[in-house]
Write a new protein. Structure first.
Length: 544
């Protein structure tokens, strides 16, 4: 019904978003994304590549280390695209183009969920807001241009939620919707494999089921099926993914719980993460990233940062108030958002990104809270002309601030203001990085594949294995002897202004770390630099 009624708005805003993103993908040189192939995108890609080459997702970042424990599904979903093309550039561009409909579907489903709380005449506005929010959000745009889990996780989880409402809120018997239930089960399984918070979908379904069957008596057999079936399914999924869950994710969560700054976690949640779901550029308002490292945050670098954090707390307070006011109508939605919040709050650097999958519910709660406050302090039945003018002024100011933040920080959004790039310099920024890293690839591909081993930083070890097919070696006690029989190269690179400003210190630190394994000489065999990017390659040999 929603799709048929609002197809014109969907075609206008969804089509415009998709065309804009496709044009950006085709315009940008894939080499611009070479330095951004690290951490999650790199590990997902290596998992997919290993799956295609060996039939197993047991991937390695270097030849001398065991397979790493990590979720494989984000990469496996893109494996057909990697299989279809042999060159990395074509593979990456294909991944980017297929990311567009995935993210567009997330925006559309978010608009539909948001429409649950809006008058029908405003449903077109929900669609416009959802696609505009997505287009201006740095994190959603990152999901267009990179291989991440956020977009497919959000798409699968939101679709599963919508299906559960269709099944459990329908007057027809649940047994008549077996095909929808089958799709739901598959989606829950895929969602779990994408991110291990997937089972919270069952909390939403349980809330709806309780409302449906509260007034009905169920046999013990049906109760056992309703309760035992999902539990058994989750146990099977956990068992099949025990290595990644217990080998990495549980361990990481425990380290955050033990070592993390608890006050910083709460400020991060209420002063940054939740407001970022209401104002897509909210994190850009800080003078410097408030998360200093994975365990500690500083939200008052300056007086302006303190004021900005206070604004975030106000936004979060409205969201919480909206939850309380709408608890009778949206209890399953509230439980669904609250269920994973403890775990997601622990992971300070990723909390804002992980909450993206719950955005339409935060929109609902904020709308409900703001609406309740408005009705509390504006007592007239119909808004007056002055009230409408104030509302338009506030909305216009928000749009101007959000657009201004994005314009001034179109790139370098994870850095301080001095290292960010405005839209005015975006083309030169993209071109400088692309040219620099294209030349790095061209040089590395001249090195003999069988005899070459690369050494890089921890976060990007494996990068040029994916791009140029050159293997990595993680430094250990065998490095000294290995450097005498293999061609070993240290590659020092940076793709953002902030890191390039500290490039000499970064290079010296990487060389100093190798001294732990013996004395070496460093012959520079390649160097390239631009304003925003720089790379140097050194041949490593044992010192005489």
């Amino acid at each position: 019904m929603f799709l048929r009624r609002e197809w014109k708005s969907i075609a206008l805003f969804g089509g415009g978003f998709s065309l804009l993103m496709a044009a950006a993908v085709l315009w940008l040189d894939p080499a611009f994304f070479y330095p951004r192939l690290s951490t999650d995108p790199l590990l997902y890609y290596l998992k997919a590549k290993s799956f295609l080459e060996t039939g197993s997702t047991a991937a390695r970042v270097a030849v001398n280390v065991p397979p790493f424990a990590y979720a494989a599904m984000p990469g496996v979903l893109r494996a057909p695209l990697i299989y279809a093309f042999t060159d990395f550039d074509n593979q990456w561009r294909a991944i980017q183009l297929t990311n567009i409909p995935i993210i567009a579907s997330v925006a559309l489903m978010s608009a539909y969920i948001f429409s649950w709380t809006l008058p029908r005449r405003w449903h077109w506005l929900a669609i416009a807001f959802a696609f505009a929010f997505t287009a201006i959000s740095p994190v959603w745009i990152a999901n267009v241009f990179s291989l991440l889990a956020d977009a497919p996780y959000a798409a699968c989880s939101l679709l599963a939620l919508i299906i559960s409402t269709q099944v459990l809120c329908d007057e027809r018997p649940v047994s008549d919707r077996r095909w929808l239930i089958a799709v739901y089960v598959i989606l829950v399984g895929v969602t779990f494999l994408l991110r291990f918070t997937g089972p919270v979908l069952l909390v939403f379904a349980a809330g709806l089921a309780k409302g449906r069957w509260t007034q009905r008596s169920l046999s013990q057999k049906k109760r056992r099926r309703l309760i035992g079936g999902p539990i058994a399914g989750v146990i099977v999924l956990v068992a099949l993914n025990a290595q990644a869950i217990f080998g990495r994710y549980i361990r990481d969560s425990l380290s955050f719980a033990v070592s993390g700054d608890k006050q910083g976690m709460l400020l991060n949640l209420f002063g940054l993460a939740i407001p970022d779901q209401i104002l897509p550029d909210f994190h850009l308002g800080f003078s410097a990233p408030p998360i200093i490292d994975q365990f500690y945050g500083e939200f008052a670098h300056t007086r302006g940062d303190a004021v900005w954090t206070a604004l975030g707390l106000v936004v979060s307070a409205i969201v919480v108030y909206g939850m309380w006011r709408s608890r009778d109508r949206f209890l399953p939605e509230i439980l669904y958002v609250l269920a994973p919040l403890t775990v997601l709050t622990l992971m300070m650097p990723s909390t804002p990104r992980y909450l993206m999958s719950y955005q339409p519910f935060f929109w609902i709660f904020f709308y409900q809270g703001a609406r309740a406050l408005f009705r509390r302090y504006v007592t007239s039945a119909e808004p007056t002309r002055s009230t409408r003018l104030v509302g338009v002024a506030v909305a216009s100011a928000v749009v101007i601030v959000v657009a201004g933040l994005r314009w001034n920080r179109v790139a370098g959004t994870g850095t301080d203001r001095g290292a960010s790039v405005s839209a005015s310099y975006a083309e030169a920024y993209f071109r400088g990085i692309s040219t620099t890293f294209r030349s790095v690839r061209e040089f590395l591909e001249t090195l003999p594949r069988d005899r070459t081993l690369l050494i890089g930083s921890r976060s990007d070890t494996g990068r040029w294995s994916a791009i140029a097919g050159r293997s990595y070696y993680l430094p250990d006690s065998s490095l000294h002897s290995l450097a005498s029989i293999k061609e070993v190269y240290l590659i020092v690179e940076c793709g953002t202004l902030e890191y390039c400003q500290a490039f000499p210190e970064w290079k010296n630190r990487m060389q100093d770390e190798l001294c732990t394994y013996g004395e070496f000489t460093y012959e520079q065999v390649f160097a390239v630099r631009s304003k925003w990017a720089r790379a140097e390659v050194f041949r490593i040999r044992p010192a005489a």
